[in-house]
Each structure stands twice: as C-alpha cells, then as structure tokens.
Design a protein around this ligand. Structure first.
Ligand SMILES: Cc1cc2nc3c(=O)[nH]c(=O)nc-3n(C[C@H](O)[C@H](O)[C@H](O)COP(=O)(O)OP(=O)(O)OC[C@H]3O[C@@H](n4cnc5c(N)ncnc54)[C@H](O)[C@@H]3O)c2cc1C
Length: 542
C-alpha cells in the first residue's frame, strides 16, 4: 500500500465518497419544511481555505523511524485528520476554522515502527492521537493538546495484514483495514466478521476494537468486542499481548482493558476475532407493530426466548413516519411506503425490520419462530420487499445528513442503553429533553428513536434529531441539546453510550458511568502503560 492511498477519499466536509449523493426528493423536503420550517443554510468554504494553526517542527527521529514519505505535514493531510465525523465536526469543517490540527500525520508501516515512534514521543513529550478511519462521532480523533506543545496523529492505514485460521474460525487482522477491505480479504477464505455498522465503508478494525463498535447485525452476531479473541497493544511502556484462546480464567481480562480504551493506553496493532462462514442465505422482512410499547414487548420476547433475528430494529412512531418520508428515492422506498400506507389506513404503527443470516434451513426455521412471536404480539407483516429495501439503503443515512446540512438543517444522533424495565422511561425522557432543548432555542425539531442491539435483559436506544440550523451559533445549539439529552440519560440511569464511546464529548459523564474509584482505577492503568500521558490526551478520562 502506498502512503498516498492512506489519504482517505472521503468528502472533506461530510461523509463518504465525494462522487456519491443520496438525494432527498421534493416530497421529503416539503415534509421537512412543513414539520420544522425552512432550513437555514450556512456558507461552506473550500478545503484549501480551512484555517488551522501552523505546524510545530518535530524531531528528525520520527521520520528516521518510519521513512520521510510516511510523515505528512501538508495542509490537506492535517485538516483531514483533525476531526471525526460527528455533527460538530462537520459544522467546524464547513465553517472553515479548526481549533487545532496535528503537527504531522505519521503512518507507521508495522508494529515495531509503532513502538519506536511511541518511544520517541514519550521521550520528547509529544502527544499522539491514534487514527483509524476517523469516523468517531464523539470527538475521539480530535487533537486536544493540553500540556503538549507538539502533537502527531498516528494514522494506522498501513497496518493491514490478514491471517485466517479456518480450523478455529478466527482471523487476525491489522487495525488499519477498513470494513470493506477486511471483508474482502476474509471472503477469499469463505468467511466474514458479520460486523456492519453504518460507518462500515470507512471505519477500521482498530477503531471497531478501540471504540467497542456495534454493527447492525449485532443482536445476532454480537458486538465487535464480543467477537474479539485477542489483541496486541503497543503502549509507550511496552507491548501487551493477550493469549489467543477461546477463554481463560486467569484473572480479570486484560483484553477487556484494551477494548474501548479509545487510544488512551496505546495503539492496537493486531486484533484476532471470531469469523463465520459467509451466509448461504440472507432474508430481511419488515413488520408493523401497533405501537412502540407492543413493539418493544415483541423484541423483548424474542430476545428472552432465543428467537432474536440477527438484525432487529424497531422504530418508534416518529421514526417510522419520518424514515418513510425521508429515505432516498427509488422503487424500494415506494414499495415500503405503499405497504405502510395500506396498513395505516387502519392504524398508525412502528416499523420493525428483522434480518436473518446463515444456513438456508436455519434461516427459515428462525424466521418462522420470529414470525409467530411477531404475530402474537399484534404485528402485521409488510413482506420481504420493504425489509430488502432497508438492507439496500442501510449505508445511506450519513449521505442524507450532508444533504440536510446543505439545506440548512442540523442532524445529530445519540445512543444509550438500559434494562427492559426502564427502556420506555428512558425513551420518553430523552425524547422530551431533546424536544424541549430545541424548542427553547426557537428551532423546534423532529426527534425520532429506535431500538436496536437487543439483549435478554435490555436494549440500546438510538435517537436522531433534525431542526433548522442556527448559522453562526450551530455549536451552541448542538451543545445545548446534547447536554439536555445526556443529563436525561444519566437521570434515568442509562449508559451515556452503548457503542459510540466516550471520546471528548462524553467526558463529563464518565464519572456518573464508572464512579470515582472506577475512574481512579482506570487512571492507574493508564499511568502504568502510558507514564508520560501522551496517548490521546483529553479523551476517555476526565
Ligand atoms: C455516519 C456514521 C455512522 C456510524 N455508525 C456506527 C454504528 O453503526 N455502530 C458503531 O458502533 N459506531 C458507528 N459510528 C461511530 C464510529 O464509526 C465507530 O466508533 C468506529 O468504531 C470508529 O472506527 P474508526 O476506524 O473510524 O475509528 P476512529 O474514528 O479513527 O477512532 C475512534 C477512536 O479509537 C481510537 N483508535 C482508532 N484506531 C485505533 C487503534 N488501532 N489503536 C488504538 N486506538 C485507536 C481513536 O484514537 C479514537 O479514540 C458511526 C459513525 C458515523 C460517522
């Protein structure tokens, strides 16, 4: 892989392939205007025009370690690694001014080079931000200098090896592999990870592990951290490697310390994970539950009776209505809309998308079992067409976000999880908090939610809100809503994050999550592995 290829081709001010657009049709735009009013578009400058601080010079030993071609100091390289892909990141990029950017982007070619770069940085007191795909939505890759005068971003694109053990059905993967690259390499061996988050196209294996990612099929296949069997971590204090065995009772799991460490302990240089045979059959179907309460009861019953589909996503009433109005144009949408409207003449409802993947016979057996539970819970089938339409458009959401931003709307998402017994309360409180915070700023919005990632004891909730932007005060608008939603989550006892991680944006809530002693314990681990505190300053640990 050349160093040039390491520069992601992502749209500099938004998401995804610059050549690809997922357009909103006129009906969708009209619906939006009718519900929340006109958007307020802001200006968007050029990549060349983005203002960042001048870079500070770095010691020559870094270039000597990785080779001069693997140290990038150009303006574009620094801008492209200075943010993740959350709403505030996109606002800052579009505004053309970033508080900070790395002094250089360094691309080590192997784990040994990673170790040597960290040694130099620890000795010279240089902050290090690990960078996978840069898709963090919690400020995880944003440079926070703190007491470090100099700071580099370590882009892990060149660590992209793959080894597959067909007998054990495990694979050892380099952290720099993006989702599609990892799947392509695994497909050559007839296996798959089955991990498909919405950011799949750009996010990397290292990022999945470092931020405990959950994919769209994680109800059935498990989150990414469930799949991981072993990790290698290059920390400033040395290398930590966990044994690649199915289980060990040798004390608390060090693997768990590395998963979710968000680059604050070291660099994950290798991940071993369970893989499965590429599914023989995939089936998706959509159902309509009478309302959100009966829908959650159906998902809970499936989760508690071992009948959970691999993909399960229950939209609340608002999301059901908006998703149908806003999804991209095309036959799939029309099929879904037609089926929905047919049912709606009789009643409103909440859409439930289910997906099954695996051997043909097992897929059919599991579908039949789930169908019985769905029917007895009062859901009506919409057929496979709408379910397949969802599957085809599963990566469109972030492209639509760019369109909405262009039209002058804020679009942001946040997620949490709780036990079934308190899920409805959490849903209602968070929706109300977001709605009130938007209304208080005179930008009333649409607030939608869905259940995904179900477990026998609870589920995650994912919220999306759309409202007219406040150009010039976008970040303040966003922060007010984010704080209101986060406070509501903490108040009800939910987790501040089910799968996006802590990064910078969730730092104030880490104490509520793990407690004072919990924080001190994590800090003690960090002090041992990263005594100079160079790793991803200002993230995870307040
Ligand atoms: C549009 C969109 C949709 C998304 N959908 C989902 C979803 O469905 N499910 C989900 O879980 N998340 C989702 N996310 C969030 C994000 O994609 C995940 O957190 C993902 O795991 C990040 O991977 P990455 O390679 O982009 O990591 P980055 O964003 O580059 O990094 C994330 C964090 O991990 C650290 N890090 C990265 N690589 C390493 C490494 N090798 N060693 C140590 N630390 C490292 C970084 O420093 C940072 O703190 C979405 C994001 C966007 C923008």
């Amino acid at each position: 892989m050349t160093v040039e290829r390491a520069v992601g081709p992502m749209k500099w001010y938004g998401w995804g392939d610059p050549e690809r657009r997922v357009r909103l049709d006129e009906e969708a735009i009209a619906m939006l205007r009718a519900e929340v009013g006109e958007g307020r578009p802001g200006d968007r400058g050029s990549l060349e025009g983005v203002v960042i601080p001048a870079p500070r010079p770095l010691p020559a030993t870094i270039a000597e370690t990785v080779g001069p071609a693997a140290v990038l100091t150009g303006h574009e390289h620094r801008v492209r690694r200075a943010t993740g892909r959350g709403y505030p990141d996109l606002v800052r990029l579009r505004a053309g001014r970033l508080d900070d950017a790395p002094d250089a982007v360094v691309l080590p070619g192997n784990a040994a080079e990673v170790g040597r770069v960290l040694e130099v940085c620890a000795r010279e007191r240089i902050g290090v931000v690990p960078f996978g795909g840069g898709t963090s939505v919690v400020g995880g890759v944003q440079p926070v200098r703190g007491r470090f005068e100099r700071l580099i971003t370590l882009d892990l694109r060149r660590l992209h090896g793959t080894r597959v053990d067909r007998t054990s059905l495990t694979a050892t993967l380099g952290p720099g592999l993006r989702g599609p690259e990892a799947e392509e390499a695994l497909a050559a061996h007839g296996v798959t990870l089955g991990h498909f988050p919405q950011s799949f196209e750009y996010a990397t294996i290292g990022g999945f592990a470092a931020a405990r990612s959950a994919g769209q099929a994680s109800s059935g296949h498990g989150r990414f951290d469930d799949l991981v069997t072993a990790v290698r971590l290059a920390a400033p204090a040395g290398e930590l490697e966990t044994l690649d065995v199915p289980h060990t009772a040798a004390g608390p799991a060090l693997r768990e310390l590395v998963l979710g460490s968000e680059g604050t302990l070291g660099i994950i240089t290798e991940v071993s994970a369970r893989v499965r045979a590429v599914p023989e059959r995939r089936r998706y179907a959509a159902w309509m539950a009478p309302d959100f309460s009966s829908g959650t009861a159906i998902v809970r019953t499936m989760a508690q009776s071992d009948a959970l589909p691999d993909v399960v996503r229950l939209s609340d009433e608002a999301e059901t209505r908006v998703a149908l109005g806003m999804s991209g144009t095309g036959g799939g949408k029309r099929a879904l809309l037609g089926a929905y409207l047919g049912l709606r003449r009789r009643r409103g409802g909440c859409m439930l998308v289910c997906g099954w993947e695996g051997e043909a016979e097992a897929v059919e057996r599991r579908r039949a079992l789930a169908a019985r539970i769905l029917r007895s819970g009062g859901a009506a089938g919409l057929g496979s067409g709408p379910g397949e339409a969802w599957e085809r458009s599963r990566y469109d959401g972030p492209y639509l976000r760019d369109e909405l931003l262009d039209l002058g709307y804020m679009v942001e998402t946040l997620e949490t999880a709780h036990a079934w017994a308190r899920l409805k309360e959490l849903h209602d409180e968070v929706r109300a908090a977001i709605g009130a915070a938007l209304a208080a700023q005179e930008t009333p919005g649409i607030v939608t939610g869905h259940v995904s990632h179900a477990y026998p004891d609870g589920a995650s909730l994912y919220f999306t809100f759309i409202a007219p932007r406040r150009p010039g005060a976008d970040l303040e608008q966003w922060r007010t809503v984010k704080e209101a939603a986060s406070d509501a989550i903490v108040e009800v006892g939910g987790t501040i994050t089910h799968h996006h991680g802590i990064g910078r944006d969730h730092l104030p809530y880490m104490r509520a999550e793990v407690g004072g002693l919990g924080l001190e314990t994590l800090r003690a681990v960090k002090e041992r592995l990263d005594p100079a505190g160079i790793m991803n300053p200002g993230k995870l640990l307040p």
